[in-house]
Design a protein around this ligand. Structure first.
Ligand SMILES: [Zn+2]
Length: 157
């Protein structure tokens, strides 16, 4: 019992490292392919900034899509006397808005997840095989969560 509480105290002291040290360690520990250099803080900041601007952009897009969707629903409700042609046009518009909103929502979730993964130090770890996704791949597609091998395997299925 004494040993357990001593271990807890040690863990607590280790967690007390300054934020700067923790961040530098996280950058060093992010996986890259054997042929690649480790992430530099500048490279990581660049990807993070890109992801963050995507979150902003998609949030706005989603907000706009939701607004026009509400407007379409309202106009559909008020236009009870519309003929078939107008009704059809409204339905098509509604489906179009919903598609845009669904795509934006999905992208937004993927982007936010990438930022969370970056914060918790598992950015670049393949979700399927736990191997490195690859820095070059992440710089091109920061939202991917699988390495090329797992991704192409998943697509063949
Ligand atoms: Zn993989």
């Amino acid at each position: 019992m004494h040993g357990v509480s001593a271990g807890t105290a040690t863990a607590g002291a280790a967690a007390g490292i300054t934020g700067r040290a923790v961040r530098a360690a996280a950058v060093r520990e992010l996986p890259v392919k054997e042929s690649e250099e480790a992430w530099t803080p500048a490279e990581l900041d660049e990807v993070r900034a890109e992801l963050q601007s995507e979150v902003d952009r998609l949030s706005h897009q989603l907000h706009d899509a939701n607004s026009s969707f509400s407007a379409l629903v309202r106009s559909g409700g008020e236009g009870a006397g519309d003929d078939q042609v107008d009704h059809g046009a409204t339905t098509a518009g509604r489906e179009h808005e919903m598609t845009i909103a669904n795509n934006a929502r999905e992208l937004l979730e993927q982007t936010q997840r990438a930022l969370v993964r970056m914060g918790s130090g598992v950015f670049g770890v393949c979700e399927s095989c736990s191997g490195p996704v690859g820095k070059a791949r992440l710089q091109a597609f920061p939202r991917v969560t699988q390495c090329m091998t797992c991704k192409s395997r998943a697509e063949r299925r």
